[in-house]
Design a protein around this ligand. Structure first.
Ligand SMILES: [Zn+2]
Length: 587
């Protein structure tokens, strides 16, 4: 099998656009590939270079533990297969268990050695590499910063990183590799946005609200209500996906729409583009009049959330450990749910925690005395701290009323006005902060205290918080983080190291998503999520990088270049975006 043929496998994922196929010949439904019998024959003869008749069904293979991803079988004229690894579309049929009883015209099916044959070509990407090696805490980021000006990144046939080093030291073992020469540009790990709102795709310019609670009431609830219209939601899902590809956001924790059809569109478009996502419908069981279209009954809040988990969590591969699609339980914030909702969400989370489901919400964003978000929450629930409401202690006096929602897959956005006890509890439970300085500036929420938050040991990641934030590009968030923290008063002020900024936007985000073992840097064996940054398209900024003064000290010069890059990157610089070694593309 030559590589041209393999590319056809990738094309299969792009389904009905293939001109030789008829609409309906191939499509995705609920994470399953559905192929017509005609197409299956075509694939069998052209890709597998064999015929269906020569494929034998391994009826005798009873080791079902290997076959956890779904069924493959034939009924009537339709052959269905659920794939384990969506990089290759249907390519890993070898992992798929025959459907019970369904044989149809395909009486024998056996596809051996497919993993080997249908692998992608090795890719070599050349450019200036920056990443953080290993698994550093933010305080140790500078010590593990890797800069390779004449670097090579090699992606293996399974989409993982097999080499990251000097171009001159590139082992001579990738003869069939395709070389992508980005020299003059940079290779950075894909950006991770740990707090962004899908139903605010068109609301990041909202004027007239004022700070948080008024802005939600006047601008955001009406804007999110428009997603009740399926056509509107669909076009927003396309736009929201385009924005992520354009800005190199390879993974995101997405605060979703209240409407299931909008969430279906979001997951479908994300899967088509090949991006990673964790998302969940925004849960509201109470709120002001403007939020009415977004509010459901207690029963529906739980039912719809559970249905979304069952439908989309790990749906692309059938296994959340290898999936790109994940689901989170997302109460909007404490003021939009009741104690009854919290109790039921705790029960639901207990039920689905071991399936790798996430938890996401807001915390300690606006502290206007008496009437802001923090005081309103504490008064409303009569609790000692805002965090208590997410920690099962949502009854008056912070009495336990249900299960905690905290844990290593929990991300809470903002955390601007935290008590020490709250920071300690988040660190202790492995929960992560999503730091959103652009949004905090826009809504006048204040500044998350950098030194104090870091000292607590809690993991910190970066979020755009579109539409509280008016920037989609994670490096713009990192730039504003630098500016707000150097402006903190007195001894609290700090000049962030560019390696700390990079950690916030890449590895720290992967850690917040509890997928640091899979992506976030260029350690060997990790899935290859990266962006190609080419300054040449923006003359003024590329001139700065070329001509700016650099220290004689090589380490400081390295830091200066990374700083200049992170502060200067604009969307137009991001020319290619890869997830698992495959180019992400929005429709
Ligand atoms: Zn938010």
């Amino acid at each position: 099998m030559d590589l041209n043929t393999v590319r056809e496998v990738v094309l299969v994922r792009e389904r009905t656009e293939l001109p030789a196929w008829q609409p309906g010949d191939a499509f995705i439904a609920g994470g399953c590939w559905l192929l017509s019998a005609t197409v299956f024959q075509q694939i069998a003869s052209t890709i597998l270079q064999t015929t269906v008749e020569r494929l034998r069904l391994r009826q005798s293979d009873t080791d079902t533990s290997k076959f956890d991803t779904g069924a493959f079988g034939s009924t009537g004229t339709t052959v269905t297969g659920k794939v384990r690894d969506n990089r290759f579309g249907f390519a890993r049929l070898g992992d798929i268990q025959p459907a019970g009883g369904g044989t149809g015209s395909v009486t024998e099916l056996r596809i051996d050695d497919l993993d080997k044959e249908c692998s992608m070509a090795n890719q070599v990407h050349l450019g200036h590499i920056f990443h953080l090696a290993g698994s550093p805490k933010v305080t140790k980021a500078a010590a593990v910063l890797v800069s390779i000006p004449d670097g090579a990144l090699v992606i293996g046939d399974d989409g993982t990183i097999v080499y990251c080093g000097e171009r001159g030291d590139l082992p001579d073992e990738y003869p069939s590799a395709t070389v992508h020469d980005h020299r003059g540009g940079y290779l950075l790990p894909g950006f991770v946005d740990t707090h962004i709102h899908f139903p605010q795709t068109y609301a990041y310019d909202s004027y007239g609200g004022g700070p948080l609670l008024e802005w939600l009431n006047m601008c955001i609830f009406p804007s999110e209500s428009k997603f009740a219209d399926p056509e509107f939601a669909q076009q927003a899902a396309v736009e929201f996906t385009r924005r992520r590809v354009a800005t190199g956001t390879t993974a995101a924790m997405v605060f979703g729409s209240a409407f299931p059809h909008a969430q279906d569109a979001l997951f479908t478009e994300t899967q088509k583009a090949g991006l990673r996502i964790v998302a969940g419908r925004g849960i509201q069981t109470r709120g002001p009049d403007t939020a009415k279209p977004l509010i459901t009954s207690e029963e529906d809040a739980i039912r719809l959330t559970r249905e979304e988990i069952d439908k989309w969590h790990g749906a692309d591969t059938g296994d959340y450990n290898s999936a790109l699609l994940h689901v989170a339980i997302i109460p909007r914030f404490s003021l939009s749910v009741t104690t009854e909702t919290f109790k039921r969400l705790g029960e639901l989370y207990d039920d689905v925690r071991d399936r790798g489901v996430y938890l996401h919400s807001h915390l300690n964003e606006n502290n206007r005395p008496g009437t802001g978000e923090v005081d309103s929450t504490k008064q409303d629930f009569q609790v000692n701290s805002y965090l208590d409401t997410y920690d099962g202690k949502f009854l008056p006096g912070s009495k336990v009323g249900g299960s905690s929602l905290l844990g290593r897959r929990t991300i809470l956005a903002h955390c601007v006005h935290m008590q020490d006890v709250e920071l300690e509890r988040m660190a202790e439970t492995g929960s992560s902060v999503s730091h959103c300085p652009v949004s905090q500036l826009f809504l006048g929420s204040g500044t998350m205290p950098w030194k104090r938050t870091v000292a607590s040991g809690v993991n910190i990641s970066a979020g755009t918080d579109v539409g509280g934030g008016d920037e989609w590009l994670i490096p713009r968030v990192l730039g504003d983080a630098f500016k707000v923290h150097i402006t903190e008063p007195g001894d609290a002020g700090v000049s962030m190291h560019p390696a700390e900024m990079l950690l916030l936007g890449t590895l720290g985000g992967a850690r917040a998503l509890d997928m640091e073992n899979r992506f976030g840097n260029f350690d060997l064996g990790k899935e290859a999520d990266f962006v190609v940054v080419d300054p040449s398209g923006t003359p003024a900024l590329s001139a700065v990088l070329r001509n700016a003064v650099r220290a004689d000290d090589t380490e400081l010069a390295r830091d200066q270049t990374l700083f200049g890059l992170l502060m200067g990157i604009r969307e137009s610089w991001i020319t290619e975006v890869y997830v698992q070694g495959r180019r992400a593309k929005a429709s």
